[in-house]
Unconditional design. Structure first.
Length: 192
């Protein structure tokens, strides 16, 4: 059986390498696969360190040796927690980036669909009788959206429900509603 002190030294080395690797990750270029790999490695190291600590604790002859072991192990556990925290922060960054990309793609899709609908509406105007029936747009209560990604999903769902899925509205009317509820960066994106 391997000497637990040597095993601990090897585990400390692995943890140091992982810690430096995670600390040097460029948050703008990190991908989910890397984070999954880091998380898996952290979990494996945590298990190995716990087992090693138990073996070392069993070899302690008295309370002084246990206290020394605890003191030496605190540094290892602190480093392990730091790596877990950094990995969690990187995962949050990736999740936010994925949400932002999805929101941008959805906005682009709405913009393209509204342009298509507006073009179609101009090319094929409705009969005069139906225009008279819809001369006034109904008042709809919609939340505004200024580009905050945390508000995107609720805004999108509400806009779809109240405006986008209504077949009696033309593409131009839908676009008009969309422009009326967008603010700031979201409005600038659509108008660009």
């Amino acid at each position: 059986m391997s000497d637990p002190k040597r095993v601990r030294a090897g585990l400390k080395g692995k943890l140091t390498i992982l810690s430096k690797t995670v600390a040097n990750v460029d948050p703008t270029k990190v991908v989910r696969a890397n984070i999954a790999s880091y998380t898996k490695t952290v979990e494996e190291l945590k298990t190995q360190i716990d087992v090693n600590y138990s073996l070392l604790e069993q070899q302690c002859a008295d309370d002084n040796e246990v206290a020394k072991l605890v003191s030496e192990s605190d540094v290892i556990f602190t480093d392990l927690i730091d790596v877990e925290t950094t990995t969690g922060m990187l995962e949050d960054i990736v999740r936010r980036a994925e949400t932002a990309e999805a929101a941008a793609a959805d906005l682009k899709k709405y913009e393209e669909q509204a342009k298509i609908n507006a073009t179609h509406q101009v090319a094929n105007p409705p009969p005069a009788s139906s225009q008279g029936q819809r001369s006034k747009l109904p008042q709809l209560t919609l939340p505004t959206f200024a580009g905050n990604l945390e508000e995107w999903l609720s805004f999108r769902d509400r806009f779809n429900q109240v405006v986008h899925k209504r077949t009696e509205l033309s593409g131009a009317e839908k676009m008009s509603y969309l422009l009326s509820v967008l603010e700031g960066p979201a409005l600038e994106t659509i108008q660009a």
